[in-house]
Design a protein around this ligand. Structure first.
Ligand SMILES: [Cu+2]
Length: 67
């Protein structure tokens, strides 16, 4: 069953940030869709059997922090 998890990532300011976060999260197992909203600084991750720890690690790997 698909699930969606939303993270607040205040450090994202531009399209480069958006691309970096999207790329890292897209590489996490089970992730099917990543939607970044720069205005609200929210990242929506959708997929199957999502691993919260892996998702947070991917955000850190991209150089940001999930609030
Ligand atoms: Cu940026």
């Amino acid at each position: 069953m698909a699930e969606t998890i939303t993270y607040s990532v205040p450090g994202m300011t531009c399209n480069h940030c958006k691309a970096a976060v999207t790329e890292e999260l897209s590489g996490v197992s089970g992730v099917e869709l990543v939607a970044v909203d720069l205005d609200t600084k929210l990242v929506e991750v959708s997929g199957q059997k999502l691993d919260e720890g892996a998702l947070r690690a991917a955000i850190v790997e991209a150089g940001y922090e999930a609030a």
